[in-house]
Design a protein around this ligand. Sequence first.
Ligand code: PLP
Length: 461
Amino acid sequence: MDGTLSQNDLSHVVEADKAHVWHHLIQHKPFETNDPNIIVEGKGMRVWNQNGKEHLDAVSGGVWTVNVGYGRESIAKAVYDQILKMNYFAGSAGSIPGALFAEKLLAKMPNQSRMYYCNSGSEANEKAFKMIRQIAHKRYGGAKHKILYRDRDYHGTTIATLSAGGQDERGAQYGPYTPGFVRVPHCLEYRAGDQGAPTENYGEWAADQIEQVILREGPDTVGGLCLEPVTAGGGVITPPTGYWQKVQEICRKYDILLHIDEVVCGVGRTGKWFGYQQFGIEPDMVTMAKGVASGYAAIACLTTTEEVFEMFKDDASDPMNYFRDISTFGGCTAGPAAAIENMRIIEDEGLLDNCADMGAYMLGRLGELQDKHAVIGQVRGKGLFLGAELVADRDTRAPAAEKLVQAVVGDCMKQGVIIGATNRSVPGYNNTLCFSPALIATRDDIDQIVEAVDGALSRTF
Ligand code: PLP
């Protein structure tokens, strides 16, 4: 830490925080007796808190966000220069970084050609739902208005995105929900037994379940299918072989728009620009947020094919025939300015390759832990987006108790390594340790993370 604030100033910050800040996802009662963890500074893979304690961050800012690591001066400078020149104008007008980032990113997404700017992953997903609904009205008299989402996926925290949420604990107590969202089964092969699914050709079986739901609901009522490419908070679920090809076929067969939620995977997390590119599919819409500017500015985007854009072309007979939506801060220039520089860093430093290489290395190291600790039922993931599912019994695959999973996270924290775990998401299955170090991670960083987990597992189980 550079010591910019004295210890007295920091004590005041802690008091002010305790008195006034309503933290995300923190229970109030224990917070009354514990000091908040105030992150004061970050550099590369590491952060320092108010007590000067250093942590290796294995979760990129807690929630899969800071893909290029902390303390990037060139991003700070790009934002500074841009906002001095022109900070904001409503998104009905254009901006220099808005146009240039769209061009640069869409060049990496062969079938996508249009970009809509907003601020958060939830908001981007809401926009996609609105587009699907409006298309249903324009083309099908409103009939094809239903949107399918998958068990264990998450698409955001607003009422409509919670209505499309496959993690029941996140949605509990916030009903009634928005109608028109219909759930399809998850595709976690490790849990095929719980679904009564066959172990042979599981990918095809899981995709078939989507078709069954479409047939049950009536294909002429279903307009969209929203899926995470690799499910994040629902347990780091990499879809099985054969799944995506079938899903794409089903969407084409029934004229259903395929909306891929890349809020976590987008912009490098799996070792390719987008998670869907791991599986060779061509979505109609893509939403992204966290990695777009690595948390240096608040930006989220929704991209679409030209075909989807064309569906909103003005028609003289219908004055409502355009996407009647706005996002005030979608007009901020700080977001795309940071995003352009974020992308330049990923390209110039070869971070996609590093992510793929280090991801393979880390998966191997976690596999060694699995050989040593019976509590690890499965390790899985793509690139630097990995999970280790903990079980009480390898044969029955009964999930490990949530309290013990959280104890592993707490033990790593004490050792100065921040890891994550699925938490308050899927009832009964909050049992997966999550890892998403920045794409700059080295072997030494990964060794430190794995050794911390090794020690924590030995002490906890
Ligand atoms: N979609 C996915 C897959 C996410 O993991 C999240 C957040 O974690 C969101 C959407 C919501 O994004 P935000 O928190 O920016 O609204």
